[in-house]
Design a protein around this ligand. Structure first.
Ligand SMILES: [Zn+2]
Length: 198
């Protein structure tokens, strides 16, 4: 198809699917300490005064907006409409309409992978992103959007290369990354982007 490209050779190489990938993955397991994660995500969900700005999540399964009680951990919160976990340890397929609705309501950052069926690196990215989604379950949400099926969404968000990750927070794009990379680097990118914004 036209209008998009797969990630470049350089991006692909820097995606680290060569030597060292497993080493990085092991390092990731040791480095992301629980305390630092909690500090970062606590900041992400509060404003300067320390008050939670909003406690809502749109269910990516059924589209219902859920208001969460302050004492309800997001990791176990379920949708009042369909009963699904609101922040599951999975990358959920989404649509442009649902994405737009989530950006209007969500209290958690949302990372969206724009992908295409013809894109080989996207399949690798799926596997890596799934590892990260497991890691950050309850802290942020992960979705994927089929760029071939929804070219209008790519135009709307200025996405031209596959795969592209966009981190949305408080309804706005916070950061983006083009090309496949291992889970440890995706995780570092996520945490680094979050830290910069506070
Ligand atoms: Zn639901």
């Amino acid at each position: 198809m036209t209008g998009f490209r797969a990630c470049s050779k350089r991006e692909y190489r820097d995606g680290c699917f060569g030597a060292g990938s497993n080493v990085l993955r092991d390092r990731f397991a040791g480095e992301l300490k629980r305390e630092s994660r909690e500090t970062i995500f606590k900041k992400m969900n509060t404003n300067i005064g320390g008050h939670v700005t909003r406690r809502e999540l749109l269910c990516l399964d059924c589209g219902q907006v859920n208001r969460l009680p302050p004492d309800r951990p997001t990791a176990v919160a379920q949708c009042g409409g369909c009963g699904q976990l609101l922040a599951p340890a999975a990358v959920q397929e989404t649509t442009p309409d649902r994405l737009a609705a989530a950006l209007r309501t969500d209290m958690l950052p949302l990372i969206v992978e724009f992908w295409a069926p013809w894109c080989g690196p996207c399949a690798k990215m799926d596997a890596e992103l799934q590892v990260v989604a497991n890691r950050f379950q309850g802290d942020m949400r992960f979705a994927k959007l089929n760029a071939e099926a929804h070219p209008g969404a790519c135009a709307r968000y200025g996405v031209q290369a596959m795969p592209t990750l966009v981190l949305f927070r408080d309804g706005r794009e916070q950061a983006r990354h083009i090309g496949v990379q291992p889970s440890v680097l995706i995780a570092e990118w996520v945490v680094g982007s979050a830290a910069r914004s506070t």
